[in-house]
Ligand binder design. Structure first.
Ligand SMILES: [Zn+2]
Length: 251
């Protein structure tokens, strides 16, 4: 099992490197395929040997080899986060067909959280294909659970839609669509996922108001980031949280 977990971590680091490109370029409407990575300061292309996830940034001490300009620690952090997420998913959920759902799900959530942080935007260009793959991968890997996943997607979509209509300042249609897509991947685990999203959003919101006053709330962390966090909680611990609820709160 240690080999599979290590493999997942390496795959995650490589995917994370690609997610950096997605986070940077998709909101600008740029191609995610070409041109290759280049320095944001001097435009010099990044050589393959300087593009090794996490390690290159550490070896170059966060600077461009050509011009010495600073390279944001965001890049290695996204790579590290994706590596840890992939490794944790394989460690907790096992090495099986369900990875078809779980790994693309985690990758989409990390990309969307990064874009939402930067632009307060959850692009349809990511959310729509994510939703389609949620249905296709469920049909392949968890055929019998397809109805559950479709219902979870519809329920999450409608719940967030009601929240947006009731309180338009808090969320947007991007959050509604993302919640729907998450339900397609998570099935019943969408419930603990949304709970984790709302709880973490409330805790951070209250902390920001306490530190910086109510005005700061407006430019606070966008809700898509909390949805992404909730999604990762759902995929890593959803079934266990549901059991906990059944055993301790319903009995
Ligand atoms: Zn440079």
């Amino acid at each position: 099992m240690a080999v599979e977990i290590a493999l997942a971590a390496v795959l995650g680091a490589v995917v994370g490197s690609f997610l950096n490109v997605v986070i940077h370029r998709v909101p600008l409407g740029e191609s995610i395929v070409s041109p290759g990575s280049h320095c944001p300061h001097c435009d010099a292309p990044v050589a393959t040997y300087d593009n090794i996830p996490v390690l290159s940034w550490l070896l170059l001490r966060g600077r461009c080899r050509n011009c010495g300009g600073p390279i944001s620690p965001r890049y290695p952090l996204v790579e590290l986060l994706t590596a840890v997420a992939f490794a944790a998913i394989v460690a907790v959920r096992g090495f099986d067909d369900d990875l078809l759902l779980e790994l693309p799900f985690a990758a989409c959530l990390i990309a969307l959280a990064g874009i939402d942080l930067d632009h307060k935007l959850l692009p349809n260009r990511i959310v729509y294909p994510m939703a389609v793959w949620g249905v296709v991968a469920t049909a392949i890997a968890e055929t019998g659970d397809l109805p559950e996943h479709l219902i979870a997607g519809a329920a999450a979509f409608l719940l967030l839609l009601a929240a947006v209509l009731a309180y338009p300042a808090g969320m947007g249609m991007g959050d509604v669509k993302l919640a729907g897509a998450m339900g397609l991947y998570l099935g019943l685990s969408i419930a603990p996922a949304l709970l984790a999203a709302f709880l973490s959003g409330t805790v951070v919101g209250v902390a920001i108001i306490a530190r910086e006053g109510a005005a700061a709330r407006k430019k606070a962390v966008p809700f898509g980031v909390f949805l992404a966090f909730g999604g990762l909680v759902g995929v890593l611990a959803g079934p266990e949280l549901i059991d906990l609820y059944r055993d301790h709160l319903l009995s």
